[in-house]
Design a protein around this ligand. Sequence first.
Ligand code: BGC
Length: 429
Amino acid sequence: MNKYDFPEGFLWGAATSAHQIEGGNINDWSEWENSEKRMAELKKDGKDTADYISGLACDSYCRYEEDLDIAKSLNHNIHRISLEWSRIEPEDGRFDHDAIRHYKDVVKAIRERGMEPMITLWHFTNPIWFTEQGGFLNEDAVSRFVRFVGFVVDNLKDDVNLWITFNEATSIYSGMAFLRGVWPPQCKSVRAYLKVIKNFAIAHRQAYEEIKKIYSQSPVRHILTNVSPDGDAPTGMSHNINTVRIGLTENNAQIICPWYLRMFGIGKLVDFYRNHYLFSSCRGYYDFIGLNYYNILRLPGSYAVLSKQAVVNEMGWEIYPKGLRHQLNALRKYNKPIYITENGIADSTDARRSKFITDHLYETWLAIRDGVDVRGYLYWSLLDNFEWHHGYAPRFGLIEVDFNNNQSRKVRRSAREYAKICISNQLEI
Ligand code: BGC
């Protein structure tokens, strides 16, 4: 057994998102889940439609204290949630004070349990009125989003340091919703995709300025010393970097994309838009980077040295822990602290989760030794939850949720293993 110490003050925890756990949301996703078209598609594929409707989800809107008690008992000292815009601003320009009160209570509950709240302002879902106006395709989306951010930050600022504007907006979301047509609004257009990612970048920059303006007018009361060395309200974005470029060996980064893409330089173009556009176009407007890392993706025809031993999760995603070290190193050029804001495995039997975590933590430790400034690790997810268009089958949780039995919670063995790492700030393998 070897022991690997993490830097003092390293943060350990788990992440969730509102629509996936809260239950009872009415937004563009719930509308799509219940639409006739979606139902018909599922039935055609012989699927049980109930498994694909978020519905009550984990009922965490009501049971958040119970969830946070478990996170605390598992020695977490950071906790990432997202806020549901459609609850806070159910109509254009009308803010719901009960909803913001609720989130104030949640943030306080996180703090009371000794965890640092990390708050994501947008995680894939939009209010219906916003979608009806064209969502992020509409230029006015920027001012609407910034208005929402202003309201939220003004209300929660006393208890929050760490803000994330967007989760995977220009990586997963824009691709799934505007290019591949899988997620609502199921658009398939390169033009729309490029417009949306541009609007996200502008919205991020303006939201960043709004957050900084609010904090400059009234300094934060809660400063957790190991979180805020870079001033008030560190603000960043969570991003999922994937494929196209990946290291074949630990120290050797090479492009493994098919010859037909390499030939016309398309590989580089895809890599730029998918992985680096947001960081490049928002330079000076983020204090940290949130990296979400799950797997690698091979484009058809890629050089496939590794795939002979490919290990996949229950969703067929190829697990490749070494890629995490490579990606952390690739992000060094932006010269910002990094939080691993998501990393997890769909594993219903919990047979592979512990190893998944330790393998990725080992690569994280190596990256830190390489000189990468990694500040924390958040496992995805605290709970089994609603996995977007895949429904309820994929089980990512440290906590098992029985959706057929009153959403009852059961802590998995891997969660207890991870808890040992969290408390000791050390990996033993
Ligand atoms: C998303 C999560 C999702 C997870 C697993 C990430 O891309 O941020 O919402 O549940 O991947 O698919």
